[in-house]
Design a protein around this ligand. Structure first.
Ligand code: SAM
Length: 491
């Protein structure tokens, strides 16, 4: 059978989509190639969030098409995902070597379309139409190659976004919010737990909106079509959002030790979710809270639906419930009309919150978004200069917070060999910090208490000798250790 290589650009959702497509292709008899040079089919799963991401994928495809033309190799070339969705047919005109363009609601049809192309039933395929139910089609996971499957897994709980922030293309590329049922998600998580997965990250464009939109028949979006409605509940049952109900349901699953989620929206941090951090021990002390700007004027222009004051209140409520919580964020610099004063307010917010990690983006105009035609577009040099200043501050705060971890004992889930040095092992703290240590492959999947001896660049180093294991028998494997010690800075 032909072999396929999938290259993924962009966020965790795209990583998850690629994995599901790869698993579906394997199930249909395709094989997975280790590199594009050994593949009969090369698929680029694309990102549209910034122009840079689109250009990277376009350049890659141009280079691939030219290489294959030169070498005379017959390779099927395709685009999947967000850019495929937003550009559609246009990609075939731009890049004549491309055979396949599959949008975000048709990913599960990749095998079917490849069969059509390979059997000569069609010469080119473009499908970017909406498909009801497609939110439930991203559920397959790759089988473990060598009997040792991954310890962590992404689970897609919903698709789409209804927020319509003025800078963002996602509502165009992913469509409106559609949620899978809690029952379906729990079944997938149970299967993963049975395969040895210990940590689940629930994924969606705005996970805190999970289940809020009614299904096509007017029933709650988080109920399967054949489940009874209304759900019988005692009068005294506390009111919880569908997302918190989902967290509770995943929390029940035996074998799952940790739950994470991304991306939430600050608007979705209601009291029920904040309170869940104190009530559900498997929900790790980590929150990604995309703030985007520290200026109320810019937040309003972005149509974010919260103020700087409300954002700070959420951070302080979370820290009241879990003092050691790790907090990360997304920030955009250079939004149209951003003044030096607005930018200073963003820097001030960073100093006040002391984020553990910040994903910092230069504003990139996206087609058909309101911000793209707003007055006050900033020159490239100004955006670059503000980006550099923000990065310097963010890195200095993070360095301090990481350095303050030295000497503490933290619980890590050991994921496998370190990417940079495969002779060492790596794990993640509950607060989402990477820890590298001298372990052995048998530590994979274990929850270990480990003492931090050194802090590097967004990485901590632990010394296993200090916790007293050298034979693969950790002192406190599976210990119910809590988060890194409370107080500032967090772990
Ligand atoms: N769910 C998140 C939220 O709260 O809006 C958004 C996820 S988005 C795919 C990831 C990040 O990309 C955003 O939080 C934002 O910081 C950044 N981003 C989105 N559109 C952008 C644009 N036009 N220019 C620069 N950065 C952008």
């Amino acid at each position: 059978m032909p072999s396929v290589y999938i290259k993924t650009y962009g966020c965790q959702m795209n990583v998850r989509d690629s994995e599901a497509v790869a698993a579906q292709l394997l199930a249909r008899g395709y094989t997975l190639a280790p590199s594009e040079d050994q593949a009969d089919i090369v698929l680029l799963n694309t990102c549209s969030v910034r122009d840079h991401a689109e250009q990277t994928a376009l350049n890659k495809m141009r280079a691939l098409a030219a290489d294959f033309r030169r070498s005379g190799r017959e390779v099927v070339l395709g685009f999947l995902g967000c850019m495929a969705q937003s550009r559609g047919e246009e990609l075939l005109r731009q890049l004549p070597g491309v055979d396949l363009v599959i949008g975000t609601q048709k990913l599960h049809r990749t095998a079917e379309y490849l069969d059509d192309l390979l059997r000569g039933r069609r010469t080119r395929v473009v499908d970017t139409a909406p498909e009801p139910g497609s939110e439930s089609a991203i559920r397959e996971h790759l089988p473990a190659g060598d009997g040792s499957g991954p310890v962590t897994a992404y689970v897609s709980i919903m698709q789409g976004c209804n927020q319509h922030c003025t800078f963002c293309i996602v509502p165009q590329t992913r469509g409106p919010e559609r949620s899978r049922s809690i029952r379906d998600i729990v079944t997938e998580c149970r299967e993963l737990a049975a395969r040895g997965v210990k940590e689940i990250t629930l994924l969606g464009q705005i996970v805190t909106s999970y289940g809020r939109r009614p299904g096509p028949d007017g029933r709650p979006g988080w109920l399967a079509p054949d489940e009874p409605w209304p759900v019988p509940e005692p009068e005294s049952a506390p009111k919880r959002s569908p997302f918190v109900r989902l967290l509770e349901a995943v929390h029940e699953i035996e074998g799952i030790e940790r739950i994470r989620f991304t991306a939430p929206h600050p608007k979705g941090y209601g009291e029920d979710l904040i309170e869940a951090y104190g009530r559900l021990p498997k929900l790790v002390e980590s929150a990604h809270l995309p703030v985007q700007s520290g200026s109320n004027r810019i937040l309003k222009l972005m149509r974010r639906g919260y103020t700087r004051e409300r954002f700070l209140e959420i951070v302080s409520r979370l820290r009241a419930v879990q003092p050691g919580i790790g907090i990360s964020t997304d920030i955009i610099v250079g939004f149209p009309g951003e003044t030096e004063e607005d930018f200073q307010q963003t820097l001030e917010l960073c100093r006040e919150v002391e984020f553990d990690n910040v994903f910092l983006f230069k504003y990139s105009p996206r087609r058909n978004t309101p911000a793209a035609t707003m007055p006050g577009a900033l020159p490239e040099e100004v955006i670059e200069e503000r980006h550099a200043r923000a990065l310097e501050l963010i890195n200095s705060i993070a360095r301090r917070r990481y350095a303050a971890m030295v000497g503490r004992t933290v619980q890590i889930l050991v994921e496998g060999p370190s990417k940079k040095n495969p002779h060492r092992m790596m794990g993640r703290t509950r607060c989402n910090k990477i820890v590298v240590f001298d372990g052995s492959p048998r530590h994979r999947g274990q929850l270990l208490d480990i003492r931090i001896v050194r802090a590097g660049n967004y990485t901590l180093y632990g010394d296993p000798a200090i916790v007293g294991f050298d034979s693969g028998a950790p002192v406190s494997a599976s210990s119910p250790a809590g988060p890194e010690p409370a107080g500032v800075p967090a772990g």
